[in-house]
Design a protein around this ligand. Sequence first.
Ligand SMILES: NC(=O)c1ccc[n+]([C@@H]2O[C@H](COP(=O)([O-])OP(=O)(O)OC[C@H]3O[C@@H](n4cnc5c(N)ncnc54)[C@H](OP(=O)(O)O)[C@@H]3O)[C@@H](O)[C@H]2O)c1
Length: 307
Amino acid sequence: MMQQSRRELLKAGIGVAASIFLPSASLLAQATSLIQRKVPSTGESLPIIGIGTARRYEAVLTEAERAPLREVLRQFKAMGGRVIDTAPSYGTAETVVGDLMTELKSRESLFIATKLGARGGDAGIEQLEQSFKRLRTATIDLIAVHNLQDTQTQLRTLRQWKQAGRIRYVGITTSFERQHSEFAQTMRAEALDFIQVDYALDNRIAGQRILPLAADRGMGVMINLPFGRGRLFTAVQGKSLPPWASECDCSSWGQFFLKYIVSHPAVTCALPGTAKVEYLVDNLGAARGRLPDAAMRRRMESFIDGL
Ligand SMILES: NC(=O)c1ccc[n+]([C@@H]2O[C@H](COP(=O)([O-])OP(=O)(O)OC[C@H]3O[C@@H](n4cnc5c(N)ncnc54)[C@H](OP(=O)(O)O)[C@@H]3O)[C@@H](O)[C@H]2O)c1
């Protein structure tokens, strides 16, 4: 009898707990689910906001410098983030990402993108081996030729490594307008899974030729310098968000700038440089809620052009 009532109490308790926790758990799941886009060459889904590791991950030598980045990567995984962009030329960045994702046991859930920036076949292979060691992984999701350096030779190697199963996707990157012509030429001539290019609300040149071409050629698109290295934040300093920003669920300037980018139909994901949890939470907010439609995108452009 005693046991029975305890069991009943327990059951009732669990019932109460479930009624309290279930709705909040489902709310949490809703809050954490990030908008995804498909990689054209495979149909794999990726969240539309990732993390860039240039600069803030480049000179990380002490535990005090590493700790905030560990927290960013821990929360990134917890919030459903996947894409991390790095490069062998970003100082300590590949090593920091490799060490932290090993510590956090997050390799499986992440999509690691790095680059190859070398001249000559042997130098390229040496750099690739170094990236695998630093990232402490057997497979790298995407490796892209960095800034069109020795493109033909390096793409040949990348394709061999893809064939061998060490790389899942290959691509090319640039962040310089002066390279856009050669970049477009390479996109027309080569079969690529991804391109990575600079594009921001105040730097829309890629929208004219590169992004439509990527859509035509069935290439995934990652966007670098989405804030123009912070330039956009300087442009709106001291200004409040226009009230109509709420029509596409933007509650910060960061979300305003990122939602403009990821609402371009050719874009797979944007890679804001993210080294603080506060910025991570803000930036991932751009992967939730409504995205701007074509009319709203034009409004955003006029707003920034009018500053
Ligand atoms: N050719 C290439 O392949 C190439 C070239 C350039 C960049 N990339 C990639 O693109 C990524 C992005 O570029 P980036 O990091 O140089 O520039 P970015 O993403 O345009 O801007 C980063 C800056 O924005 C600030 N920031 C980030 N989130 C913010 C927020 N929510 N609110 C306010 N400020 C915020 C950061 O501040 P703090 O400094 O205070 O953290 C940082 O100064 C790089 O990390 C790299 O992975 C690739």
